[in-house]
Design a protein around this ligand. Structure first.
Ligand code: FES
Length: 107
């Protein structure tokens, strides 16, 4: 499915992310700045922090697990209601067209 990454400068990049793949890897594979993914998706770093667009918040706006919720508290950029760890958002047809916003910093 398609995922659009919106940079802090408002630039938008839309890429194809395979079903079953996560939104952190989608950024890395397409050389999108702003997602680091230091731990490789292991729920151990919070450098894959992103903000789900308001229009998608109902579908993917809440942390998938307590571990994700706790790590988000340690993210460098301010946490918002729509904060997610992008490695925990797995592509499936229901979220085709997803829009995420990149935070100002991951460190
Ligand atoms: Fe480390 Fe997502 S890549 S928690």
């Amino acid at each position: 499915g398609k995922v659009t990454y919106v940079g802090v400068d408002g630039s938008r990049t839309t890429v194809e992310v395979a079903e079953g793949e996560n939104v952190m890897r989608g950024a890395l594979y397409n050389a999108i700045d702003g997602i680091i993914g230091e731990c490789g998706g292991g729920l151990a770093c919070a450098t894959c922090h992103c903000y789900v667009d308001d229009s998608w918040a109902d579908r993917v706006g809440t942390p998938a697990s307590r571990e994700e919720d706790e790590l988000l508290a340690a993210a460098s950029a301010p946490r918002r209601a729509t904060s997610r760890l992008s490695c925990q958002i797995v592509m499936d047809p229901a979220i085709d067209g997803l829009i995420v916003h990149l935070p100002e910093t991951q460190y």
